[in-house]
Design a protein around this ligand. Sequence first.
Ligand code: URA
Length: 434
Amino acid sequence: MRMVEIIEQKRDGGELSSEQIDSFVKAYTAGEVPDYQAAALLMAIYFRGMSRRETVDLTMAMARSGDQLDLHDVVPFVVDKHSSGGVGDKTTLVVQPVVAGCGVPVGKMSGRGLGLTFGTLDKLESFPGWSPGLTLEQFKRQLGEIGLVLAGQTADLAPADGKLYALRDVTATVANVSLIAASIMSKKLAAGADAIVLDVKMGKGAFMTTLDEARELARMMVDIGNDAGRKTVALIADMNQPLGHAVGNALEVKEAIATLKGDGPADFWEHCLTVAGHMLVLAGKATNLEEAKKLATEARDDGRALAKFRLMIERQGGSADLVDAPEGFELAKYVEPVFAPRNGYVASIDAGVIGWSCSRLGGGREIKNEPIDHAVGMVIPIKVGDKLDKGDQIGVIHANDPFKLDLAKVELSKAISWSDQPIEPLPHFYDTVT
Ligand code: URA
């Protein structure tokens, strides 16, 4: 394999053969291709795209790059979910405990922050001591014993994706339909899911900014899943405004805990209920979505979901006391409100601006493996369509640096546009692809 030739071919708009894709994935995983060549290829793919055949080849090569899990010795049926990523998207933190609370065991390998989105592992590391680093044996044992595991991608599972994911995060090569589809589906196939619910986000705070792109991504992933014999459903959800109120690692964890206690933002709970509902239907726990949502609501209301979450934190070494008393999470040095500059209806809240702003506050990474600041971010309690008076609070910034605080205040104000006329609230979901 000549790496320069592969890069050149894709740069010039050519189609890569199955052998070329397979050789690249094998060599990069083995450390035989340097990051600068892999980054050049990713950028060429970003601009030139991949055919459906190339995308399937990339997915399968990445899924084969490590172990292929079989969890059926521990659980009879494996149902999993994955989000394509969004601002304030803390869905996994609520959905997995709710589904586990309904008696369906869920073990998920989650990721770190990517671009303008924050990752489940980074969020959970806000719990001092909590570790995502489980061996496959530990993963299986915990899944069998308590029915809930949220772990990092082990070095043995789709390691090619693990390496490419970290490289894409810092080379502005995330937002490509084929790269996202291959990244998500390689992990899900390797992790042995029998059924998969894909939560595809569309809007300014997502990697897919139009409905057409989101549909293309959803269709591609559903086809890959079904071709591989896994029951796959994709939901297309709105991401033009942040999901829920909190954006930032510990802030999102606190909001997830509040939601598990029945106190979360309505839009976020509605989102979780729908994702959890589809998982319960696929797992055979309910015959339709309405029945599944009822089961999920009961598991939240009687505390089963919260108890699962607490147990998972404890088993993975985290300070579970913080689940009971989340005010104990370390606060940022500066916690300052921002106010509405005028009377009016909220016409838009640019989730992209908010996501990047929270990343610059220190919540995300600029270079690979950089440490992040768990305490920083924003809490924005308003939604598109709300009517506000001048001086009402539009958000609270949590910062550890006075200059970054000032910048974030300006960015939050600029992210919001206003109207004198009433504005329709945004929908939660646009479509379901089966
Ligand atoms: N989530 C992933 O796992 N991979 C992507 O590329 C985007 C979101």
